[in-house]
Design a protein. Structure first.
Length: 125
């Protein structure tokens, strides 16, 4: 198991595991935060139906890196060594690369005419 606190999987693993979110206790703040981040990014990219498997995998990697950077920032604030800053810089540059691959601009969700008509009629009810 790749998680530090095996009792309830409350901490992010030090290395990426494709099923990292499934291994976290869904009652924890960490699980809720990561799930929310994934949902927001997927929405920004036009919705899950708009994403290939590869882009969905990149979203998970992006969120993992984003969370790791948050943890590293706290560690740097506490201990702030050059080694920490170097690792942070590498992770941050990687995050930027993944973000550019996914796209930095919001994408509109593709909606069919039937879906739009149904939504309008549901809103009118």
């Amino acid at each position: 198991m790749a998680y530090r606190d095996e009792s309830k999987y409350r901490h992010l693993a030090p290395q990426y595991d494709p099923g990292f979110l499934d291994g976290l206790d869904n009652r924890t703040r960490l699980h809720r935060e990561l799930t929310t981040r994934i949902e927001v990014v997927i929405s920004d990219l036009g919705g899950e139906d708009n994403l290939t498997y590869v882009k969905q995998a990149l979203v998970r990697h992006f969120i993992f890196l984003d969370a790791m950077l948050d943890c590293m920032a706290v560690q740097i604030a506490k201990e702030g060594t050059a080694e920490h800053l170097g690792k942070y810089s590498v992770a941050f540059n990687t995050l930027i690369g993944v973000a550019k691959t996914l796209g930095l601009e919001r994408q509109s969700k593709k909606v069919s005419l039937d879906d739009y008509s149904k939504q309008v009629s549901d809103d009118a009810s």
